[in-house]
Ligand binder design. Structure first.
Ligand code: AMP
Length: 174
């Protein structure tokens, strides 16, 4: 199994969800057990031994690999969700989208100052979602932050939005 094999398995959907967006559909990767195993292995190779205590997944496509990775490296899983989904006390962060503003939330007691955190999403586009998640982790004051994606759309330069002290990794680049 190579990165190229998995890259080839990603389905391109033109003009979804709106005209002009080329949607990278990873369901065609997740459906194959051997690709799930490969993704899991890649996470273990990169992140085991870094002392990561929590893997934080972004709603909703970040919920697929993040718990697998968490279990594999002996960390807990924490969801970041859209407003009014989490039942206990939350902190939130708003961010600019192409049209309008969006907000994400995390349980206030899900992370603490002792945590080494891996923030994960399926795809990095403009970086708005992930930079809001980084702000949430920083508001709580965690010890260290790693940022991880399966896919990065290089032309959008999303990673330029992240603070330079944060290690960012994507497995597959378009
Ligand atoms: P952004 O905040 O612009 O980096 O967008 C990242 C979020 O939107 C991720 O949760 C992705 O799942 C989703 N997303 C944005 N653009 C695409 C795309 N072209 N294909 C698939 N998902 C996308």
């Amino acid at each position: 199994m190579t990165t190229e094999t998995v890259k080839q398995a990603i389905r391109n959907i033109p003009d979804f969800p709106i005209k002009g967006i080329q949607f990278k559909d990873l369901t065609t990767v997740f459906i194959k057990p051997e690709y799930l195993t490969w993704l899991r292995q890649q996470m273990i190779q990169r992140y085991a031994g870094k002392g990561i205590t929590k893997v934080v997944g972004m709603e909703s496509r970040g919920f697929i690999i993040a718990p697998m990775a968490a279990e594999a490296i002996g960390a807990g899983f924490v969801p970041v969700r859209k407003p009014n989904k989490l039942p206990a006390e939350v902190i939130e962060q708003s961010y600019e989208k192409e049209y309008g503003v969006d907000t994400i939330q995390i349980h206030k007691d899900a992370l603490n100052s002792e945590d080494i955190v891996l923030l994960h999403d399926d795809l990095l586009a403009t970086g708005g979602t992930m930079s809001a998640a980084i702000k949430l982790a920083k508001k709580i004051g965690v010890k260290k932050i790693y940022v991880d994606f399966i896919v990065e759309l290089d032309a959008l330069h999303g990673r330029d939005k992240f603070d330079k002290d944060i290690e960012v990794h994507s497995l597959i680049h378009f």
